[in-house]
Ligand binder design. Structure first.
Ligand SMILES: C[S@@+](CC[C@H](N)C(=O)[O-])C[C@H]1O[C@@H](n2cnc3c(N)ncnc32)[C@H](O)[C@@H]1O
Length: 377
């Protein structure tokens, strides 16, 4: 197997992507990195990925069946590993559980590679740093530092780029031997480090405070991204949904100048309610799997309120996908593909301002040396 081409003069450094889903990370990274191997287990996501990344080296298989020795060398390895065991809406089983525990399979594959990628990026929900008093993050951190990496986590909320509240943790690791430019390093917490990240980082060896520029403020609102003519529920369904809105939210709805207001159905004190938000920002998109509800819109039309769910195209816009991004399959497939995804402009910001610079800083390095990496189990 060839050693990774880490020359800063090569056109784009290479990357492998695990848990690639519908391909928004690949889309975001494309100007900066060249994909050499991409993987996901879900045939429906694979259809979305392939429709948008013609000729990409996508492999439809479980990571469990992937052998690192078969992978091409790459500078960056990205993993948006499953979040169900770390998310608030999930079971809280943690990073050693069946689904989120696939993070260890990622590390196992990396261990099996002849040249470990010198730059790693992992993405997951905020629970990775906040749940279990930061214990899930610390387990991952230790596993990475044992493999010779310097590691730091950031909490980046898509709302800084899009009208979509979606806080996500991004863990970035780099070979400790890299000559990291001082412009990428901060002395302590920055705008990208929330209190949960700071608590999780407390006292950790080989921790790094990454410095990212703050994104320029944007003015796009949820109303800007909606198809205001999209069909609404029938009158009876709308009436039923509207009857679930709590009184205070109903009062605010009557006064709202917005053409549409988003909300989620939740159970409060044993009763189903439809809770709305009025800041013209969508709540965090979720995958409809596992019983969580889809984001609903309360839409003003002909001086009356109606309800509908977000369309897959609206969901894609909220993830920063251009309208040219194809969503094959049913509406439900499209919604699911987007509910699970990484917001593209967030991944692009990270790639442009940190990952590609770290890739350059690693030019000429061999694979990081293992220093007694322990088994995660
Ligand atoms: C959080 S999503 C990542 C989404 C993706 N980064 C995107 O932007 O669309 C986790 C992904 O892991 C995939 N997955 C779950 N189990 C897997 C396995 N055993 N092997 C490979 N992929 C798996 C799921 O199909 C899902 O697409």
């Amino acid at each position: 197997m060839n050693a990774p081409n880490l020359s800063p003069r090569s056109s784009r450094p290479t990357f492998t992507e695990f848990f690639a889903g519908s391909g928004l990370v690949s889309l975001a990274l494309a100007p900066f990195f060249q994909p050499v191997w991409v993987n996901d287990i879900c045939p429906k996501k694979a259809a979305v990925y392939r429709a948008n990344h013609e000729g990409a080296p996508f492999r439809l298989e479980s990571i469990v069946d992937v052998r690192g020795a078969d992978l091409p060398a790459a500078t960056l390895s990205w993993a948006s590993f499953p979040c169900q065991d770390l998310s608030l809406a999930g079971n809280g089983a943690g990073i050693r559980a069946k689904r989120s525990g696939l993070a260890w399979e990622w590390l196992r594959v990396i261990d099996e590679m002849r040249h470990r990628p010198p730059v790693l990026a992992a993405e997951n929900v905020a629970g990775l740093v906040s749940a279990h008093n930061g214990g899930h993050y610390r387990a991952l951190h230790q596993a990475l530092t044992e493999r010779g990496y310097l590691v730091g986590a950031m909490l980046l909320d898509a709302v800084r780029w899009l009208p979509h509240s979606r806080p996500r943790v991004f863990v970035v690791a780099v070979d400790r031997r890299a000559a990291i430019p001082s412009s990428l390093l901060a002395d302590g917490p920055t705008w990208a480090h929330n209190p949960a990240v700071c608590r999780a980082a407390n006292g950790l060896e080989h921790w790094v405070w990454w410095r990212l520029p703050e994104p320029a403020p944007h003015r796009t609102t949820l109303s800007d991204l909606l198809d205001l003519a999209a069909p609404c529920h029938d009158a009876a369904t709308s009436r039923r949904n509207l009857s679930l809105i709590p009184e205070e939210h109903l009062r605010r709805l009557q006064q709202s100048p917005l053409p549409a207001v988003p909300g989620y159905k939740r159970t409060r004190h044993g009763r189903q309610v439809l809770e709305l938000r009025f800041d013209d920002v969508a709540g965090c998109l979720r995958t409809p799997a596992g019983g969580s509800s889809r984001q609903m819109l309360v839409v003003r039309r002909d001086d009356a309120w109606h309800t509908r769910i977000l369309t897959p195209r609206e969901a894609a816009r909220l993830m920063g996908a251009p309208d040219s991004f194809l969503l094959p399959g049913t509406n439900s497939d499209g919604y699911k593909a987007m509910g699970d995804a990484v917001a593209a402009p967030v991944a692009a910001h990270l790639a442009e301002h940190l990952l590609v610079k770290l890739a350059q800083a690693c030019a000429g390095l061999d694979a990081p040396q293992a220093s007694g990496a322990s088994s995660p189990a």
